[in-house]
Design a protein around this ligand. Sequence first.
Ligand code: UTP
Length: 475
Amino acid sequence: MSKPLSERYQQALRTLESIDQAQVFRFYEQLNDQQRDQLLTQVENIDWPEVARLVETHVKRTPALNLPKNVQPAPYYPCQPTSELKPRYQQARSLGEQLIREGKVAAFIVAGGQGTRLGWDGPKGTFPATPIRKLSLFGCFAEYLIALNIRFGVSIPWYVMTSLVNDADTRAFFAAQNYFGLNRQDVFIFPQAMMPAMDMATAKVLLADRDSLALSPNGHGGSLKALHTSGALKDMAQRGIEQISYVQVDNPIVRVVDPLFLGLHALDSAQMSSKMLPKCEPFEKLGNFCLINGQVTVIEYSNLPQELAVQRLDNGDLRFRAGSIALHAIRVDFVRKLNEAPGGFALPFNRAEKKVPFVDLQTGEMVSPQKPNAIKLETFVFDALPMAQTSIIYETSRDDEFAPIKNATAPGAVDSPATSTAMQIDRARTWLRQAGVEVADDAVVEIKATTALYPEDLRQVKLPKSIGPGEIVLL
Ligand code: UTP
């Protein structure tokens, strides 16, 4: 039996009064029971002592950035192995393939974000991403997994993290798509935790409605806790999963599970590893892989001192060259240890000033602010990297693996559906040309993951001799 509303209300009120946040119950008396239940459920799911602490450290003031003096660039495995590294790469690829074949690898997509920049009406994973079929982002990842499942004779379990803002819609989409033909029992969807937004001037938690807190997901760093609280880690243990392949929802050409990367990570007994891209300019908006006291650490592009960002090596390469694209290999027992540590674990929170619509407590009217009025707090998954004893970085190729969809298409917009589509088509044309097909520069080509995961897979495929100007070809 759940507790009566009045009891829940009294308990929640005591907690909120003790931290001076009882204004969230301003309209409680006017709500019906269903609305009261909704508001109380939201309140009960927030870690209020943590909120109270963060109000002091991150809302009432901006925390100082203490960058240590001895920041070094982090070493990485190059995309193409040197002759010395070739045997290691071969060994790594075999090991990665073996881990997949033995059912020890899970795919993990973090899809709890709000996707505000894209402005798509629905979970970002439902966005039609490919050039010809307009396959959704979730559809792209599912197809990649299906291709791997066929290749390795397995059914790779797929964990999808959502949040309150898109959980129901995501589940409905998967159901409507019949789980893309994957085994239903191998898809595990779970929500991450939420964090209330606070007024910048008063540090008070805002209401999104009379019966609702202004909540947003607590950042992709929340995934490391949510894996534990949702039971996903337990499910992984039961399945004998050892490694998690962590990817974001916004990149349709990502290698959802990459045997070479996983193998390099496993060979070095790393707990949490990353893929990187060489930055194309010193201030490209990618986090920088650095070494601080010997630990791999990501320093955000806005926090890397300018004099370091522009430094170059003798060969002209940027000294801080390795940019983070949020692809990680993570050992299951690393995530478990973090969660089971006495007193738990905490990733640092980051403060962002945002425009958050809210209910005016005096008038009860909705206000849509024209400038940032609120503080949102998020944790980032890469902040777990320094907690790993060993962490490797592997360089991937931009053309082959990075066509993100972040922003709405607009003149000059980067990382948009238009730029992603162009990159997907470019990649497909390049792969076909490598396979000996003549392809016109304006041909539109899409290659399914089930047709080829790598350019060399096209050798097994019946291909046209040429693809003429303006032709549209799906392979
Ligand atoms: P982004 O930093 O691009 O944020 O997330 P976003 O919320 O999706 O988009 P904007 O900033 O509102 O436009 C990078 C990845 O991390 C996931 C996103 O779903 C995306 O895959 N993410 C982000 C979460 O899973 N939870 C979060 O709280 C934040």
